[in-house]
Design a binder for this molecule. Structure first.
Ligand code: IVH
Length: 700
C-alpha cells in the first residue's frame, strides 16, 4: 500500500517536473506540486526501506560534503575543432564532401556551459561525470541529481540497458544574475560569467547549494555500444522522448548556404536566448559516414564548432589608473570614453598587467577595441594604430605604489606587480579587513566597505585584531550607524569567535589559501599552532597544498606583524583548533567505505554510522576504498569493480559486526593488507584492454 503510494507520487512528480522544467508547460500549480513532494518526503522518512536515489525527493540535495571521485570515461570525451572563419567552415564542408559525397549536417547551438556525461542503467541515472581531462572526470552525481531538467528515471521505452548521454550544464542568465546579486550583497566574489558559475556550482561540496542555483542541462550526444540508431538526428529525437532536454534550435542543413543561413540567424537571434551560447556546432548526421571520416588525436573529423565573434566597440582610452588589491597586487584599469557595448555602457576595462599593456603597446589617447567576452569586466583587445596621435609615446608602467609610493616588486612566475608594504598600504589593509569579515570567513555583519574605511581613517581599526577591541560607543557616532547598528556589529564580532577554525584560517587572507585549501589545512593540521610549526615538507602533505601555497604560508607566518595579530586574535578567543566531534568509537578509524544498495536503515544512516565510528565515506569504488558495504540490489558493475580492485565487500551484517569489534569479519586477509594488494595501475581505474573500443561509442 505505502509502497504503491510512494511509487505513484514519484511517477506524478517526475511527470510534472518534466512538464515544468523540460517542456516549459506546467499543468499543475506550484502549490499542488509542493503538496505531493511533502507527502512523498514524509512517507520516505517514515519508510527508509523504500529509499531510492532516483526519487524526486533527492533533488533537494544534501548538506553532506561530497568528495569527488575521479572516474574514467567509458568513451573519451573529445573536444571539437573550432573556427571563427566562414572560409574555414566551407573548407570543412568541402573536405567532408570530397571524402563521403554530399551529405546532411545537423546544425546545433554551441552551449556555453560545462560538459557532462550522464550514465543511465536500466532507465535510471546512475552516474554523472564532468569532462575532466577528457579521459577521466569527477563524479558529480549527487549534484547533477538536483538539476530539475535531468531525468532521474527515463520515460517511454526502448532505451538501451546501459548508455551515456552527453551535454552541457548551463546557468541561464536569470539564475546567474540572481546568484551574483546575492553574492554581491554578501560581499562575496562574483562569478565572471555563467560558464564559470555553472562549472563552479557543479563542484560545490554540498548538493543542497547546487539545488538552489537554478542550473539547466541540455543534451546533444549519445554514447554506447551498438546503439539502435543510424543517425544523430534520430538519436536525439528518441532522447527527447525518453525525457531529456534536447534543444529545439537544431536544423538539418544540406549545403553551405543552409549552414551559413543557420549561423547568420543565430549570430543575431542568440541575444534573445535565456542562456549563453558561443557558437554553432556542425555535425555530419549519418553514423556510417561518421565512421568513415574518423578522428584526429583530439577531435572527431565529422564535426566542427563555428564560434561567434565577441561583440566589439571602438573608443578612446582617456587614462589608466591602478588598483591595489588586498594582497598588494596591482591591476591597471583603462578609463574609457563611454561606449555602448552589448547593451550596456562601458566606462572602464581591465588591462590585466604590465606585460599585457606592453604587448598591446597601449597608450593613453589611443583608439582601442573593447570586447565583452562574457566576462563582467570588459577587456581591451587591440589598438587602432591608424588613429594613433602622431606625438604619442610608449606607456611607462608605474614603478611605485599609486597609494603609498613604496617601490613595486615582481614575484617569480607572477605577471602582476605587487606593493610589498603590506602593513602600511591603505587599500591592502582595508582589503584584508573586508576579506576577514566576509560571510565565508568570520561572517561579521553590519560592517560595509565605507564603515571599515571610516574606522581605519579614524584610527580605530589598523588590522583584523583591532575588531575585537571595538566598543559600541566608538561606532555609534559614525555616519549611518547609530546605537542599534553599533550594538549589532559588536554582537556579530563577538559571535565570530565561534566561527570554526577553517574559516578563521581562510579569513587570515594568506596568499593562495582559499576556502578549500583552508579546509584541507584545518582538517590535516587541526590547529593553527600545528600549521605555524609545519615545515615546507609537512605543509605539502596536506591535500591540495603544493609548493607555491606552502611557501606563501611560510612567508605569512614568518612575518612578525602577522604573528602579533594572531596572538591578539588568540586572546580574543577565536577558534584556532578544528573541533573534534564526539565519536561513538574508533572502530573504523583510518578506513574508507562506499555504501551501496538497500539496507534495513537508510543509506544516510549507514554513512552516519561510519563517521560516528571514525570511518570515512567515499562516493565511488576506487583503489582508495577499503570496504564496499553491499546492500540489496547493488549494481553488478560495482561488485565487479570492487572485486577487481581488491576492495573488500561486506554485507550489512558483517559491517555491523565490524562496528562492535573493529575487526574485519572476513579474516582470511587482514584489513591492513587490502591496500597493498591493489597494484598501482589498477588503483587508478580499469585497464584499457577491459574497456570497449573507446572510439566505437563516441561515434553515436
Ligand atoms: S558535440 C565529440 N555539441 O563544446 C564532440 N558539443 O568545444 C562532442 N558544446 O566539449 C561534443 N554545445 O562541451 C557538442 N551542441 C553541442 C555543443 C557542444 C557545446 C561543447 C562541449 C564540448 C565543447 C567542444
Amino acid at each position: 500500500m505505502i509502497r504503491e503510494r510512494i511509487e505513484e507520487l514519484r511517477r506524478q512528480l517526475d511527470y510534472h517536473n518534466h512538464k515544468y522544467y523540460v517542456e516549459n508547460a506546467p499543468e499543475i500549480s506550484d502549490f499542488e506540486f509542493d503538496a505531493m513532494m511533502h507527502e512523498l518526503q514524509r512517507l520516505e522518512a517514515e519508510h527508509p526501506e523504500y529509499a531510492d536515489p532516483t526519487s524526486p525527493t533527492m533533488r533537494v540535495g544534501s548538506d553532506l560534503c561530497a568528495e569527488f571521485q575521479t572516474v574514467r570515461h567509458r568513451y573519451p570525451m573529445l573536444s571539437l575543432g573550432n573556427t571563427y572563419s566562414t572560409d574555414e567552415l566551407h573548407e570543412f564542408i568541402e573536405r567532408i564532401e570530397r571524402e563521403v559525397g554530399p551529405t546532411e549536417y545537423v546544425c546545433e547551438l554551441k552551449f556555453d556551459g560545462t560538459a557532462i556525461s550522464l550514465t543511465y542503467e536500466h532507465g535510471r541515472l546512475t552516474q554523472a561525470v564532468t569532462r575532466g581531462d577528457g579521459v577521466a572526470g569527477d563524479d558529480v552525481t549527487a549534484n547533477v541529481r538536483t538539476i530539475r531538467s535531468v531525468p532521474l528515471r527515463l520515460r517511454g521505452e526502448g532505451w538501451p540497458e546501459l548508455f551515456e548521454i552527453r551535454g552541457e550544464i548551463l546557468m541561464p542568465y536569470a539564475s546567474f544574475d540572481r546568484l551574483n546579486a546575492e553574492r554581491e550583497a554578501n560581499g562575496e566574489q562574483l562569478f565572471a560569467n555563467p560558464r564559470n558559475a555553472a562549472a563552479g556550482t557543479l563542484k560545490q561540496q554540498a548538493s543542497s547549494v547546487v539545488a538552489r542555483r537554478g542550473l539547466d542541462c541540455t543534451l546533444y550526444q549519445l554514447a554506447g555500444d551498438r546503439l539502435p540508431f543510424t543517425n544523430h538526428w534520430g538519436s536525439l529525437q528518441k532522447a527527447r522522448e525518453w525525457g531529456f532536454k534536447v534543444s529545439e534550435h537544431m536544423r538539418i542543413c544540406r549545403n553551405t548556404e543552409e549552414v551559413d543561413a543557420f549561423i547568420a540567424h543565430w549570430d543575431e537571434a542568440r541575444r534573445s536566448l535565456p542562456f549563453p551560447t558561443d557558437g554553432v556546432v556542425i555535425k555530419v548526421n549519418d553514423f556510417a559516414m561518421r565512421r568513415r571520416l574518423g578522428f584526429t588525436a583530439k577531435a572527431p573529423k565529422w564535426a566542427v564548432a563555428y564560434k561567434f565573434k565577441a561583440e566589439q566597440a571602438l573608443t578612446r582610452l582617456e587614462s589608466v589608473s591602478f588598483q591595489v588589491g588586498r594582497t598588494g597586487a596591482i591591476t591597471p584599469v583603462a578609463n574609457l570614453d563611454p561606449v555602448l557595448l552589448a547593451g550596456t555602457t562601458v566606462r572602464r576595462a581591465t588591462l590585466h598587467n604590465a606585460e599585457q599593456m606592453a604587448q598591446l603597446d597601449i597608450r593613453p589617447g589611443d583608439m582601442v577595441y573593447v570586447e565583452k567576452g562574457g566576462e563582467i569586466i570588459p577587456k581591451i583587445t587591440g589598438v587602432e594604430l591608424a588613429e594613433r596621435p602622431a606625438d604619442s609615446r610608449p606607456f611607462e608602467y608605474i614603478t611605485c605604489c599609486p597609494v603609498c609610493h613604496t617601490p613595486l616588486v615582481r614575484y617569480e612566475g607572477e605577471a602582476k606587480h605587487y606593493c610589498p608594504n603590506q602593513s602600511g598600504c591603505r587599500p591592502q589593509i582595508i582589503g584584508r579587513i573586508l576579506h576577514f569579515i566576509r560571510r565565508k570567513a568570520l561572517d561579521i555583519e553590519g560592517l560595509g566597505e565605507e564603515t571599515v574605511e571610516l574606522l581605519y581613517d579614524n584610527g580605530l581599526l589598523h588590522d583584523i585584531s583591532d575588531l575585537y577591541d571595538l566598543k559600541a560607543e566608538q561606532l555609534a557616532p559614525l555616519p549611518r550607524l547609530g546605537e542599534k547598528s553599533a550594538e549589532n556589529i559588536i554582537r556579530s564580532i563577538r559571535r565570530s569567535t565561534e566561527v570554526p577554525f577553517r574559516r578563521v584560517l581562510f579569513g587570515l587572507g594568506i596568499r593562495f589559501v582559499g576556502e578549500t585549501t583552508a579546509k584541507y589545512l584545518a582538517d590535516h593540521f587541526r590547529s593553527l599552532e600545528a600549521v605555524m610549526q609545519a615545515s615546507r615538507e609537512e605543509l605539502v602533505e596536506a591535500d591540495e597544498v603544493g609548493g607555491k601555497i606552502a611557501d606563501a604560508i611560510l612567508e605569512y607566518f614568518a612575518d612578525a606583524e602577522n604573528r602579533r595579530i594572531i596572538e591578539r586574535l588568540r586572546r580574543a578567543g577565536l577558534q584556532f583548533e578544528t573541533a573534534t566531534r564526539e565519536l561513538a568509537s574508533e572502530a573504523l578509524a583510518g578506513r574508507s567505505f562506499v555504501v551501496s544498495g538497500r539496507f534495513s536503515r537508510s543509506r544516510e544512516e549507514m554513512k552516519e554510522l561510519i563517521e560516528q565510528h571514525g570511518g570515512r565515506n567515499l562516493s565511488a569504488v576506487s583503489g582508495n576504498v577499503d570496504f564496499l558495504v553491499a546492500g540489496e540490489k547493488m549494481g553488478p558493475e560495482k561488485r565487479k569493480k570492487a572485486e577487481k580492485l581488491g576492495v573488500r565487500i561486506l554485507s550489512e551484517e558483517e559491517f555491523l559486526k565490524m562496528l562492535e569489534t573493529g575487526a574485519d569479519p572476513q579474516e582470511e586477509v587482514p584489513a591492513a593488507e587490502t591496500h597493498s594488494a591493489v597494484p598501482a595501475q589498477q588503483a587508478s581505474g580499469e585497464s584499457a584492454a577491459d574497456r570497449p573500443d573507446p572510439r566505437q561509442g563516441e561515434l553515436f
